[in-house]
Design a protein around this ligand. Structure first.
Ligand SMILES: Nc1ncnc2c1ncn2[C@@H]1O[C@H](COP(=O)(O)OP(=O)(O)OP(=O)(O)O)[C@@H](O)[C@H]1O
Length: 552
């Protein structure tokens, strides 16, 4: 198993993604620094005005001061707006890039690795986790840089007032920006990760509950599942409340630190004043500057809490991006034309348990081959291996004498029309649902395929015929109707080989007869037919039997 990334690695990897957006990021930082300087300048200028009125500061033009004050107030707003706009531009651009990468990975992992993944957790990752990264990109990177640069400028001011003032400010900034967040991070790291994982599990549980609604009702599992749901919610609430406790500690500590720093600054400067080292003006200015210059480092400190959840989300997203596919796509090979399928000395195990052992067979082109065998004997697995959803553990599958591993993935996908035991229908019209097997098919071709699959009359009886949206039918399509739509796709497809996994399991005798006769009319097509039904096997030129992973 791969080692989990630590927080520094997560931050580093997430930062690397910002590289193409360095320019808007620099713009955001400059706007942020200037904005904070305006924010800090307002109280400082006000104090200067007061000190002048009290006769403690050399004469300055009051009307100019007032104009400066107003200008700074307006600029503060505009600069903050520009900073936020740039940050969000970066964040949403990056989220789009990350989503794109995640979808790319899901395609790569499909189907071998995706089969084993918890789908609810994946949905939570694609939706919530990626969304949470916004906090990192819009509200973390630039505040860190802004805090660093603004603090450097402020330290220069403090040094101008007195070296001791600078040392006090430096210590205060370090405590606020590093010590407090470090403590919060230490306390809450595991809680943040647990919280994200628990949310993922709850998503899975909900998804599973929706899918299994009828089973839950039938077996009176409602109470039990509700209880489990409540337990999960309580657990998440508990974790979030622990996170809030840590956040509260951090907030209180930050506020105490601000007050303490101002007091320490005032007392130290006052002592220096008593020793005749500095004027009253510097005492007051250093104290005001200390109180008003915490903005950027405080923003940084406040980030620590959100950052925990964000880094946990980042870790989950990066773990998915790093996931290696089991089957790598093949491209760049010379085209292979479809022919006989040779299965030679083939063995296969999903994990530890061996499913297929020493399987040998030649599936002749243009023939109908039936595969029978007990449930779990590996019939569907053999079909999946032919489509290279998985690679054999040992042995080889060849098409026209070429190892599947050397056939371009695109070419291979065009060789097979695969009808599984469950037909998935997409939220689209029935016409488009059938057309996915051949995107450029004419409507007439679709109608003919549906006639061959014995579903045309049913579709025509719907109020909007082929334009009826599957979503509008809801779950009202029967298993047999779905299965026949799946078969219509196979009849429409140009693939030279049709793989059928229990194609007639949900059909009555009449529909089965129509479909079997349509299959018999598929001239020159290779058909491999897995079925438990004897009647279905009648159309096979050859029937082979699987027994405990072996072929006889
Ligand atoms: N993705 C998977 N990961 C792990 N084990 C799997 C996976 N898919 C199937 N299996 C296991 O492999 C064995 C063979 O399954 P397969 O679906 O090939 O059998 P089958 O002969 O088609 O069964 P049936 O007639 O019931 O459809 C079963 O024990 C099944 O539990």
């Amino acid at each position: 198993m791969k080692k989990e990334l630590n927080n520094i690695q997560v931050v580093w990897r997430m930062l690397a993604l910002v590289k193409p957006l360095t320019l808007p990021m620099s713009f955001a930082v400059i706007m942020g620094v200037l904005g904070f300087i305006c924010a800090i300048g307002i109280p400082v200028l006000s104090v200067m005005a007061l000190l002048q009125i009290a006769g403690m500061y050399p004469h300055i033009d009051m009307s100019m001061l007032l104009i400066f004050l107003l200008g700074m107030a307006v600029l503060r707003g505009l600069l903050h707006y520009a900073e936020q706009a740039a940050n969000h531009y970066i964040a949403f651009k990056l989220l789009a890039i990350i989503r794109d990468q995640v979808y790319g990975v899901l395609r790569r992992l499909c189907p071998a690795k995706l089969d084993r993944k918890d789908k609810g957790n994946l949905i939570s990752l694609i939706t919530n986790d990626i969304e949470l990264l916004e906090v990192f990109y819009a509200h973390t990177i630039s505040p860190v840089l802004i805090a660093f640069l603004t603090s450097l400028i402020m330290l220069k001011f403090f040094a101008h007032l007195h070296m001791i003032a600078m040392i006090i400010a430096l210590c205060a900034y370090i405590t606020m920006a590093i010590v407090i967040p470090f403590y919060v991070n230490m306390k809450g790291k595991d809680i943040g990760q647990k919280n994200r994982n628990e949310i993922g599990h709850m998503s899975s549980f909900l998804l599973e509950s929706f899918r299994g609604l009828t089973t839950i009702l039938q077996y009176h599992m409602g109470h039990k599942r509700t209880k489990k749901m409540i337990d999960m919610s309580d657990n998440i609430e508990d974790l979030q409340s622990q996170m809030k406790d840590i956040e509260a500690i951090q907030l209180v500590a930050s506020q105490i630190l601000i007050s303490l720093s101002a007091i320490v600054m005032f007392v130290s400067m006052f002592v220096l004043y008593l020793q005749g080292e500095i004027s009253v003006y510097r005492v007051i200015m250093a104290t005001v500057l200390m109180l008003s210059s915490f903005g950027p480092v405080l923003a940084l400190s406040n980030l620590a809490n959100n950052l925990l959840s964000t880094l946990s989300s980042g870790r989950r997203v990066l773990a998915l991006l790093d996931e290696e596919e089991l089957i790598k796509d093949v491209s760049g090979q010379t085209e292979t034309s479809f022919g006989d399928i040779y299965v030679d000395n083939l063995s296969f195990a999903y994990e530890e348990e061996v499913i297929l052992q020493d399987v040998h067979h030649i599936f002749k082109q243009g023939q109908v081959t039936g595969i029978v065998g007990k449930s779990g004997s590996g019939k569907s697995t053999l079909l999946k291996l032919m489509m290279r959803f998985y690679d054999p553990t040992t042995g080889i599958i060849r098409i026209s004498d070429r190892d599947l591993k050397n056939i371009n993935t695109q070419d291979m996908r065009h060789m097979f029309a695969y009808v599984t035991q469950e037909t998935v229908l997409f939220h689209d019209s029935i016409l488009n649902n059938v057309k996915i097997a051949k995107l450029n098919a004419t409507n007439q071709e679709v109608y003919e395929a549906c006639q061959q699959a014995s579903i045309h009359d049913f579709i025509m009886s719907l109020p909007q015929g082929y334009n009826t949206k599957v979503a509008e039918l809801g779950a009202s399509l029967s298993g047999g109707e779905r299965q026949r739509i799946g078969l219509a796709r196979a009849f429409l497809s140009d693939a030279p080989c049709i793989l059928l996994d229990e194609p007639t399991s949900n059909l009555d005798v009449l529909n089965e007869a129509v479909i079997l006769s349509s299959l018999q009319q598929q001239k020159n097509k290779t058909i491999i037919l897995v079925s438990h039904r004897e009647s279905t096997m009648k159309i096979a030129d050859k029937v082979i039997e699987m027994d405990m992973g072996r072929m006889s």
